[in-house]
Design a protein around this ligand. Structure first.
Ligand SMILES: NC(=O)c1ccc[n+]([C@@H]2O[C@H](COP(=O)([O-])OP(=O)(O)OC[C@H]3O[C@@H](n4cnc5c(N)ncnc54)[C@H](OP(=O)(O)O)[C@@H]3O)[C@@H](O)[C@H]2O)c1
Length: 324
């Protein structure tokens, strides 16, 4: 099989595409032919080893798992003798877990991991986007604050993969959504439901004359200290990015003026919780409540271009890796 490998930390030219044996399966495993995966800032962290804290999961001196990638959308091609949950030919999506390995054409995965059947109506590309960014956005928007039609939500980085799903989750709950992105992406965020747009190049949302109940920094470009100036009392600020001060605040459950600031790590959820999330997302897709914004698709041979595009920091929605 063809596989993407990262054997040392560095710039995008450390990534290689090589041939590897198709993995053997154990009695509780399925062999999945991966059709689509995603490339996101998480893959950039895996490849660069930055921020340093990410090496807790990826290895201190060099990547401990050679094949990167957590996001899977594919077809079950073989199953172990103990497997009853899946049949050969099932289309599945989900996460490889902390051993990674999703950026190879095949993966052997224990059925205890976070994989579920995907809807027939869903393409593999859509499933990969859902498994990455809808999963992440859902955890932030549904598990930390009860958003209602009275909630004023601000989403920073609203045009990215997580941001575009975050807008849709907040609108599902009837909230008023202010999206922060560059002017060029204003039309995109309005088209998926944002009520107001702030161009961060022209205006700093932390100094504006309005306040919010829920601030979600999907790209970690703001900080709690400044953002709390526009957070209402009792409000919450959440970030996807592990800044030291925010991690400390999260660990100590600190509040300032009854305002909460938190870093959340969605990847650390248990596989059984993730499976429930994936099933819920599949239903939301079928009910047409959510759809993925897809920026570009790359093949495995174009992986370096994909990394360079993601690392630039201005993708619009999701980047899909087609496993050909
Ligand atoms: N904590 C967790 O559990 C978890 C899980 C998964 C991912 N993550 C992290 O979440 C972050 C976001 O991931 P993603 O895939 O959604 O990112 P992304 O798609 O790469 O974000 C790109 C978007 O960020 C916007 N942006 C760039 N600079 C900005 C600024 N200064 N202010 C506001 N927006 C700006 C860009 O908009 P313009 O082009 O308009 O500038 C672009 O559309 C990453 O750091 C990733 O590592 C965390």
């Amino acid at each position: 099989m063809k596989a993407i490998i990262v054997s040392k930390y560095g710039k995008s030219d450390v990534i290689k595409v090589v041939e590897r044996d198709i993995p053997e399966i154990g009695e509780s495993d399925v062999l999945i032919r991966i059709m689509a995966s995603s490339v996101s800032p998480v893959d950039i962290a895996f490849r660069t080893g930055k921020p340093f804290v990410s090496r807790l999961f990826t290895g201190f001196n060099k990547p401990k798992y050679e094949i990167p990638g957590d996001i899977i959308a594919g077809i079950v091609e073989k199953k172990g003798t103990e497997v009853t949950q899946f049949d050969i030919g099932d289309r599945v999506f989900g996460h490889a877990g902390l051993s990674f390995g999703a950026q190879g054409q095949y993966i052997a995965l224990n059925v205890k991991e976070a994989i579920v059947k995907m809807p027939d109506e869903m393409s593999f590309e859509m499933a990969a986007a859902f498994a990455y960014s809808a999963m992440t956005a859902m955890a932030f928007l549904e598990e930390h604050y009860e958003i209602t039609s009275d909630t004023k939500v601000l989403i920073n980085g609203a045009s990215g993969a997580i941001g575009t799903f975050a807008i849709q989750f907040a609108k599902q709950k009837g909230a008023h959504v202010t999206a922060v992105c560059s002017g060029g992406n204003a039309e995109l965020v309005m088209s998926i439901g944002a009520d107001a747009v702030i161009d961060y190049a022209k205006e700093d949302f932390t100094t504006m004359d309005q306040s919010f109940d829920f601030i979600f920094d999907a790209v970690g470009k703001s900080n709690f200290g400044k953002s709390k100036q526009v957070l209402k009392r009792g409000g919450i600020y959440l970030s996807t990015v592990p800044a030291f001060s925010l991690m400390l605040r999260t660990a100590l459950k600190m509040k300032s003026q009854n305002k909460t600031g938190k870093f959340v790590a969605t990847g650390l959820k248990k596989p059984e919780q993730k499976r429930e999330d994936l099933k819920k997302l599949a239903n939301m897709f079928l009910d047409k409540q959510l759809s993925a914004v897809i920026d570009r698709e790359y093949t495995m041979d174009e992986i370096i271009e994909a990394h360079d595009h993601v690392e630039h920091g201005h993708k619009r929605g999701n980047i899909i890796l087609k496993m050909v």
